[in-house]
Design a binder for this molecule. Structure first.
Ligand SMILES: Cc1cc2nc3c(=O)[nH]c(=O)nc-3n(C[C@H](O)[C@H](O)[C@H](O)COP(=O)(O)OP(=O)(O)OC[C@H]3O[C@@H](n4cnc5c(N)ncnc54)[C@H](O)[C@@H]3O)c2cc1C
Length: 421
């Protein structure tokens, strides 16, 4: 039974928003929970959109965070297809919908996520130019890949980040020709640095993906709305049928910015600035998931983490903080990816410039190993590739801040836990 004295509003029905609603009920909150999302689909998980679902191996029904009846059963008022376009912090209301609905909140959670960055070049409005963020995008792309595969068609992908590479793998499985255009010299440069990026270049090349490194798209050439070619800034032209722009995502901060909430520095990834309790500069407004930039003591930096586990854990942490529980959100960042027969997990945070050494434990040539990024002998991050059940010891090692013996770290016979002791 809902007690209407208190109303908590959640803006954004991604995983962070859905998990926050779930946690509010689990923690016994008996007030109104209103979840507003501009998408027409109820909250779902995005990782399958570039993997199992895109490949036709997972059904549409499997991606949703909750079954349809869950919302009514838990008295969560779900408003889909509605964009929240204003927050009035003085009146403590949010405004959404064509009919001008105003809802008063006691606490507000912004879980507005991120949106794909757009290529700012001629030709991006052609029908064969795609992005991948939403279920509807994945549905469309799935049809495109199947078509390209059947007709020996060619897909150009702008960006060799996680989504670009996962779609490249899926496209090759469909039988399409794939060229990835990437300004850096290796894939995933901003996350893995050059040492491990090379491994992914080899993996994809072995599966027939062509890379065009050190270049950016400058124009997508088309005729009668159809893509014909993609041109790059070094004067090359790739004849192709479709283009995927996979050049990263931008946090959806417009609502927070218009409401005067503090934002994180764009140079550090932007996002809504929150404290370790995920509270914004307004004590009644919280932010979680891709959009939130939180201070992380372990890395001495404000992080904005665009990964599934951060939505899965950050939403619930924000919900508990909204209920006044003692919360310190300091999880070690974690993500995973699957490409062909390579599965990996990455824990920590070690962008290029933050580490001074990479140590490999295992057999990199066989793609069965753990890579560690270190700074002054301390492990900042670890990535296990086709080696499983090591996330906990890797995270303990990162958390311990222990100075490790790099020979022992590289030796698979030395248990990882003995290094953080
Ligand atoms: C294709 C794809 C594959 C991925 N694969 C992986 C993976 O393998 N591993 C991994 O760790 N991570 C992966 N991720 C990242 C992961 O899915 C995201 O980190 C996660 O979805 C973030 O959840 P969120 O709830 O913070 O934001 P989102 O999922 O972006 O949800 C935010 C929601 O809020 C809505 N919204 C925004 N503004 C408003 C507004 N003003 N009014 C109403 N609604 C609004 C948005 O439309 C959206 O529905 C992947 C992402 C994508 C796109």
């Amino acid at each position: 039974m809902v007690d209407a004295d208190q109303t908590f509003v959640i803006v954004g029905g991604g995983l962070a928003g859905a998990k926050a609603a779930e946690t509010l009920r689990e923690e016994g909150f008996s007030g109104r929970v209103i979840l507003v999302c501009d998408e027409r689909d109820r909250p779902y998980e995005r990782p399958p959109l570039s993997k199992g679902y895109l490949l036709g191996k997972e059904e549409r029904d499997t991606v949703f965070a909750h079954e349809p009846a869950w919302y009514a059963r838990h008295d969560v008022e779900l408003h889909l297809g509605q964009t929240v376009d204003a927050i009035d912090r003085e009146a403590k209301t949010v405004h959404y919908g064509d009919d001008g609905t105003h809802v008063r909140y006691d606490k507000l959670l912004l879980a507005t996520g991120a949106e794909p960055r757009r290529l700012d070049i001629p030709g991006t409005d052609l029908a064969g130019v795609h992005h991948l963020r939403r279920l509807s995008h994945a549905e469309r792309l799935k049809g495109v890949l199947a078509h390209l595969g059947r007709d020996n068609g060619h897909l150009v992908i702008a960006g060799a980040g996680w989504i670009g590479l996962e779609v490249a793998a899926a496209a090759r499985e469909y039988g399409a020709e794939v060229t990835v255009v990437e300004p850096s010299a290796t894939p995933l440069h901003h996350v893995l640095g050059p040492e491990l990026g090379e491994l992914f270049a080899e993996l994809h090349s072995a599966h027939g993906v062509r890379f065009h490194f050190g270049a950016r798209l400058t124009e997508i050439v088309g005729q009668d709305g159809v893509v014909l070619a993609a041109r790059t800034d070094d004067g090359e032209e790739h004849l192709c049928h479709d283009v995927l722009a996979a050049i990263g995502a931008a946090p959806r901060v417009a609502l927070a910015e218009a409401a005067g909430l503090e934002l994180a520095d764009r140079a550090d990834g932007g996002g809504i600035a929150v404290d370790e309790r995920l509270r914004t500069s307004d004590p009644d407004i919280y932010a979680a998931g891709d959009v939130a930039a939180f201070p992380h003591g372990l890395f001495d930096a404000r992080l904005r983490v665009e990964h599934w586990a951060n939505a899965l854990n950050g939403g619930p942490a924000a919900a508990r903080a909204m209920l006044g529980r003692d919360v310190v959100y300091d999880r070690v960042p974690y993500f995973f990816s699957d490409q062909y027969d390579l599965g990996m997990e990455y824990s920590g945070w070690a962008p290029p410039g933050s580490y001074d050494e990479v140590v490999i434990r295992g057999d990199a040539a066989k793609r069965e190993f753990i890579a560690f990024w270190l700074k002054e002998g301390r492990v900042l991050a670890g990535m296990n590739v086709n080696v499983w059940d090591v996330t906990d010891p890797i995270q303990r090692l990162i958390r311990s801040r222990a100075h490790v013996d790099t020979h022992a770290l590289a030796d698979p016979h030395v248990p990882l836990d003995t290094l953080s002791a």
